[in-house]
Design a protein around this ligand. Structure first.
Ligand code: ADP
Ligand code: MG
Length: 422
């Protein structure tokens, strides 16, 4: 008996490990739907193989493992598409090794597939308790049914059948609880990231409209001058050109802002640091001007891997904090990049209020803000989560009353890995 449970616990452990790792990989990589289905199929397929390797053969005729549990989980969390290949795989494997069990398995996995197809329409809308109750109950009822059939047709019992059924019920409850927990925290993290971006976008809007007003006013002035007849044609042409370039400037400011504000499809790509930082500067310049903050830059170009919009959001949050730390007295901010052997380093330093040791320790904690009603306390949390998702690191140095420096490091993409554009 102990041997049986030892094997089943090993099986359960592997399923847990594989399913949780899969969720985390999928969260990090932003795969397309097809790739996701493929990854789920491979992951749950692996879990099934491990289960079949670590199985218990009882009385030389019954194979016991958690493959059916994995199969149902694969359907509910990986989707129907990943169930079909797994169904074929289970039946083939059993069919080759134990042909006399193939039919029973085929019937079992077919019933499970139909049940999952029917269930999956509603399943993800249910609350956790309902999911657990239904899956636990279904597993136990199914266990009782199998037990009674085996007792009836083969006149066989392990002597601890009920314990095994309870184990099966418990395993699915544990698996679903853990999986839901991980999926939920991933979803919450995403939602905060999105909400925080909205906050940033609406905050920037004020400075953008302010910044756009300047070129418009200048253009208006030139148009007025054009109206009067007193200037020679050459001069009027010049006014006309100036008015046009001012309008282009206004258009440029709005365009940069909109490319950031618009939700973009998530896509991980090679980012050209100089290009991205210049883009970020275009967006943030109006806010810096409004707060009398000058921005100095010293950029060495390098390449990193990431999603452009998330990278912008991350750096904008840091820069916005720096500007806010200088909003009462103005000041200067320095943005610098350095290329190290296998890292790219980006630092943002300001001459603002600085932070105490306690404040620095609390950076990144949700809702930690010293800015009262004006702060959400989510900016740095999002920064940490984006940097983490790009396999980067953050260091903070700060001196109260003198200023703060954020140093970010990201893995560097070498020249050889950058596809050349012909
Ligand atoms: P919020 O900006 O909404 O307050 P953040 O998460 O962006 O929230 O920042 C949290 C806190 O960290 C800020 O309230 C501020 O006290 C501190 N902080 C962040 N960056 C700086 C900085 N460059 N200089 C001084 N304090 C900072
Ligand atoms: Mg902030």
């Amino acid at each position: 008996m102990l041997e049986t449970f030892k094997v089943l616990i090993v099986d359960l452990f592997f399923i847990l490990l594989i399913s949780l790792c899969t969720e985390m990989i999928i969260d990090k990589q932003n795969f397309s739907k097809n790739k996701k289905a493929l990854l789920y199929t491979i992951a749950y397929g692996l879990a099934i193989i491990i289960n079949m390797i670590f199985n218990v053969r009882i009385d030389n005729s019954f194979q016991m493992d958690l493959r059916h549990t994995v199969f149902v989980m694969a359907g509910l969390y990986g989707g129907i598409r990943c169930m079909i290949p797994l169904l074929g795989f289970i039946v083939m494997y059993i069919g080759i090794l134990y042909p006399y069990e193939a039919w029973a398995n085929l019937i079992a996995v077919s019933v499970e597939t139909i049940a999952v197809i029917f269930l999956s329409k509603y399943y993800h809308d249910w609350r956790l308790r309902k999911k657990l109750a239904l899956l636990g109950l279904a597993t136990i009822l199914n266990g009782l049914f199998v037990m009674k059939s085996v007792q009836y047709f083969f006149d066989f019992t392990t002597g601890y059948d009920y314990l095994i059924i309870a184990f099966y019920g418990g395993s699915i409850i544990l698996l679903v609880t853990m999986l839901e927990w991980v999926r939920n925290s991933i979803a919450i993290n995403r939602r905060i990231q999105r909400a925080e971006k909205l906050e940033l976008v609406s905050h920037l809007a004020a400075s953008i409209s302010h910044e756009v007003r300047n070129p418009l006013t200048v253009t208006r002035g030139f148009l007025q001058l054009l109206e009067s007849e007193e200037f020679p044609i050459e001069k009027r042409k010049e006014f006309f050109q100036l008015a046009k370039s001012e309008l282009d400037r206004a258009e440029g400011i709005i365009r940069d802002y909109l490319t950031f504000a618009k939700p973009y499809p998530h896509k991980t790509e090679i980012l050209n640091l100089e290009h991205e930082i210049n883009h970020i500067l275009e967006i943030i310049n109006p806010l810096a001007n409004m707060n009398s903050v000058t921005i100095l830059t010293q950029i060495r170009n390098g390449h990193i891997m990431g999603e452009a919009q998330l990278f912008h959001q991350c750096i904008l949050n840091i820069i916005k904090n720096a500007i806010e730390a200088m909003e009462t007295n103005g000041g200067s901010m320095k943005i610098e990049t350095n290329i190290l052997e296998d890292m790219v380093e980006l630092s943002v330093s300001d001459t603002g209020t600085g932070m105490t040791k306690e404040q620095m320790d609390r950076l990144g904690e949700p809702y930690f803000s010293t800015r009262g009603k004006n702060g959400t306390g989510l900016g740095m949390m999002v920064v940490y989560s984006i940097v983490h998702s790009m396999n980067g690191k953050i260091q903070v140095r700060s001196l109260l009353g003198h200023g703060t420096t954020f140093v970010l490091q990201f893995p560097r993409i070498g020249k050889a890995e950058i596809p050349s554009v012909s």
